[in-house]
Design a protein around this ligand. Structure first.
Ligand code: FES
Length: 158
């Protein structure tokens, strides 16, 4: 080992020892530790409050806590929209209904809505777009209805 390497090793050893002394100092000086902890806690609290405030603002911007299913403008009168989970209909102007989009016959997703009829093309079951009751085909049970309302131009869960 040459002189430079030895000095480097000594310098590193001193650094490690110094760090150990600093750590020991933190642990043994309870006054300093308390101040540090208090400062950290205050910062954490402020961050939490800001996050909660941001969530409240986002919720207020959405108009309510209700889940938006679709835009009201996308639901035609006497027709409907099939979303990922629901079929939303407008049997008459300004009246919105929503049902599970799962056919009660054998579980296909319903295919279309027209002339106030929801159709499942798997085996041609049909359902009323205002009640969800079966009106034709092999299905004998109604589509499960979900209570909805129009709010701020959206159809939301009521
Ligand atoms: S699954 Fe819909 S008609 Fe059979």
């Amino acid at each position: 080992m040459n002189g430079v390497d030895r000095r480097a090793m000594l310098h590193m050893a001193a650094g490690v020892t110094g760090a150990g002394a600093l750590l020991a100092g933190c642990g043994s000086d309870s006054g300093t530790e308390s101040e540090t902890t208090a400062s950290t806690t205050t910062g954490a609290t402020a961050t939490t409050t800001a996050t909660a405030s941001a969530a409240a603002t986002a919720s207020a911007a959405a108009g309510s806590d209700s889940e938006v299913i679709t835009a009201a403008a996308d639901v035609p009168v006497k027709g409907g929209v099939i979303t990922t989970d629901y079929v939303v209909t407008q049997p008459e102007a300004g009246t919105y209904k929503a049902f599970s989009n799962i056919c009660t016959h054998q579980g296909c997703v319903v295919s279309s809505v027209a002339d106030n009829t929801i159709t499942c093309k798997c085996h041609n079951s049909t359902f009323s777009s205002s009640t969800g009751e079966p009106t034709g085909g092999p299905a004998t049970k109604a589509l499960a209805e979900i209570s909805v309302e129009e709010s701020g131009g959206n159809i939301v869960k009521a």
